[in-house]
Design a protein around this ligand. Structure first.
Ligand SMILES: Nc1ncnc2c1ncn2[C@@H]1O[C@H](COP(=O)(O)OP(=O)(O)OP(=O)(O)O)[C@@H](O)[C@H]1O
Ligand code: SF4
Ligand SMILES: [Mg+2]
Length: 426
């Protein structure tokens, strides 16, 4: 059983987020998503996974906001909590003027037509027993939109819109390539004419040669249909092509958010510098100056995140203040917010260029003076096991499909034929 949300531990607020702008289609304010950790025969709650911990940002109408960070930092959880696939532990998500966290199930189902998701693994997210035509028509059927004939026409139109032939409607997902399957997933996501789509690593599972095609398709659809995207990726080189602005996430927190131009030209947070230092730069002059910064250690456990700045156990610039005080995500210049106590000093000193270099690799040494702190250790196997089956899933519609149960995996709710949340590997 899920513990009452009020039982979740309080966090220290990191100050108000950016004021909602009239241009924001989606505005997230102090959003938190904690999952209970349970242990023992009685499944007592022994802690919380603070997957998303007090994040605030807006997504402007018609823009693409990239959301980037290492594996496990909370990107997918943030996307799902925004869509209310998870009931947030705290905070608000305002969509087109309505706070979604305050809506009841019926109202939420109605609003969800306007928000969709495209998943990373196009094979796992498509029902293998349905034809592609049925998969794309499913949201229309569930929302009782159009007659059978009209739905058929709409399916043809959608398939063509995503670059597939209408004759493919009678085929099954296994007859398609990875890129084609992702196109089917996109066709279904746009079937109900949504305004907002969370693209959760939509190209990570595809061949490099296909990735650009799918990115181009998403951009083309955005222009034609006026879509707004939250585009999740773990690689800054991917979001560079599609994002207007980029938010960088570390261990449940947004550490930097700014325009694409500013982020790539002048990253101010050490974590962003590290992520960016791994990305080759097309400009040969800038590329020659690029210094690789290799972070040591894994992302710490979100069950027991480091105190103060969560990055202090891996940050080569960390100082005592970083251990004790959490830096707020502050606007340091127009359209540029950073959560670091020493961003100004670090950048004045030359950023990664001020770090000692390992002669063998030419990369900057990026170990934190606090790297041996206990808190910096990854999640234990026991903690990981105890997470299974205990997330507060709402019962909404996505792509027209009801989701219930606690984990969102298909097999635990007896809806394995229709759920479109990707099944977790056994
Ligand atoms: N349903 C759940 N129940 C319990 N813990 C969860 C659940 N979903 C995610 N978590 C935990 O929350 C943290 C963030 O996970 P999330 O999947 O959001 O990360 P991510 O940034 O999307 O990672 P990746 O790049 O690997 O997809 C992880 O520690 C994960 O184990
Ligand atoms: S310098 Fe301190 S506050 Fe800034 S990122 Fe490093 S640890 Fe965090
Ligand atoms: Mg993810």
């Amino acid at each position: 059983m899920t513990a009452p949300m009020s039982a979740a531990p309080a966090t220290r607020a990191t100050g108000p987020g950016p004021a909602p702008s009239g241009e924001d289609l989606v505005h997230v304010e102090k959003l938190r998503m904690y999952f209970p950790v349970r242990q023992g025969i009685l499944q007592r709650r022994v802690g919380w996974v603070r997957a998303v911990d007090d994040i605030s940002f807006g997504v402007k109408r018609g823009e693409t906001l990239g959301l980037v960070g290492e594996s496990g930092c909370g990107k997918s959880t943030a996307g799902r909590a925004i869509l209310q696939l998870y009931k947030p532990t705290g905070g608000s998500v305002t969509f087109d003027g309505t706070d979604l966290t305050k809506l009841g199930v019926t109202e939420l189902r109605h609003r969800r037509r306007e928000m969709q998701i495209v998943f990373q693994d196009p094979y796992a997210s498509l029902n293998s027993r349905l034809t592609v035509g049925s998969i794309v028509a499913e949201p229309l059927e569930i929302h009782h939109i159009g007659s059978g004939r009209e739905r058929q026409q709409r399916v043809n139109e959608l398939l063509e819109l995503v670059g597939l032939d209408r004759s493919m409607a009678s085929r099954f997902p296994h007859e398609f390539s990875g890129g084609q399957r992702q196109r089917v997933g996109i066709a279904r996501a746009i079937a109900l004419n949504p305004q907002f789509i969370v693209c959760d690593e939509p190209i990570s599972a595809l061949d490099v040669s296909i990735q650009a095609q799918v990115v181009n398709l998403l951009q083309d659809l955005q222009e034609r249909l006026g879509l707004t995207y939250l585009f999740i990726a773990h690689d800054l080189s991917v979001v560079r092509h599609i994002s207007d602005r980029v938010a960088v996430m570390y261990l449940g927190k947004i550490v930097e958010i700014t325009t694409r131009q500013l982020l790539y030209d002048r990253p101010l947070h050490p974590y962003t510098m590290a992520l960016l230092s791994a990305v080759p730069i097309p400009d040969p002059v800038v590329e020659r100056q690029r210094r690789r910064m290799i972070l040591t250690g894994d992302v710490p456990s979100p069950v027991n995140p480091p105190s103060g700045c969560r990055f202090h156990t891996r940050c080569p610039f960390a100082q005592e203040l970083c251990r004790t005080d959490e830096p707020p995500l502050a606007e340091v210049e127009t359209s540029h917010r950073v959560a670091c106590h020493f961003w100004s000093e670090i950048n004045a000193a030359g950023g990664t260029r001020s770090l000692p270099v390992m002669p063998e690799t030419g990369a900057a040494v990026a170990s934190s003076p606090y790297q041996d702190e206990d808190e910096g250790e990854g999640m234990t196997d026991e903690e990981r096991m105890s997470l299974k089956g205990d997330s507060p899933m709402r019962d909404p519609l996505i792509g027209g499909t009801p989701i219930s149960g606690e984990t969102g995996s298909r097999d635990d709710v007896g809806l394995s034929e229709s759920l479109d949340v990707p099944q977790k590997p056994a």
